[in-house]
Ligand binder design. Sequence first.
Ligand code: 0X9
Ligand code: ZN
Ligand code: ZN
Length: 305
Amino acid sequence: THSYTKYNSWDKIQSWIASISSSNPNLISKQVIGNTYEGRPMTILKLGKKSSSTKPAIFMDCGIHAREWISPAFCQWFVKEALSTYGSDSQMTSLLDQMDVFVLPVFNVDGYDYTHKSNRMWRKTRSKKSGSSCIGADPNRNWNAGWCTIGASSNPCSDTFCGYSPESEIEVKNVADFIRRNKSIIKAYLTIHSYSQLLLFPYSYTYDLAEHHSELLKVAEGASAALRSLYGTRYTSGPGATTIYPAAGGSDDWAYDLGVKYSYTFELRDTGRYGFLLPESEIKPTCEETMLAVKYIAAYVQKNL
Ligand code: 0X9
Ligand code: ZN
Ligand code: ZN
């Protein structure tokens, strides 16, 4: 059975997607944007009050990297909190009245399933190509943003393999197509990873500062302060290249260069004690504190529409 304080398998998340959307038709709708390499559906949940006019939106994905289990747990938590606090929390109510939030609960579904069934530390997709016995590409090195120029590998056996071409991974193509189609309404792009407790923004494919660097930094520091206010968890904010490492082909840089100004990568708990194997007892506090940061960014975006 599905639980917000456990790491749910893909099968459980899939039935959760169906049941949560059918029980909240006024606030959620779902849309399949395509299938994964192994044929599993990629479903986006659209949260927001129905409106006669087109609303501006925030896009958030979880689970780009298979082994980062806290990430899909956060997307599920976010959906639950949005539904349960709409109508009582004034900020959530105003957000979902004015904007839509697109949530992709698990991006790399094939990889996520593989970490539950075969190899807990798998990171990449599960695509195959004749000529190599190695499987998968890094879905955060496969975007068309300085693709494979730095911090990525052209060796198909590497964990940071950039793929055979930008968007060679069908999961990346599906999401990139969705964001391109909705480019005029998407005002923020949030992508949830683990671990290291960082709030990153462009660029990672170059050391050049983004055009909106100071605003992006100011918003990141506000969001980190909001996060810390709950349990004292410390986050570091900054551009990817200098804050974590230079690495091209990431979704955050791609969304930013497409024109989505508020583009952020979260690296959730912890700083290495458990790493990817974060205990289930930390799901609730991690999600509660991360909600504050995400809501801070959402409120800022909403105020600056
Ligand atoms: O390397 C990554 O893809 C991310 N770190 S992780 O440990 N979750 O793999 C950081 C991504 C930062 N952004 C870009 N490199 N574009
Ligand atoms: Zn990651
Ligand atoms: Zn709560």
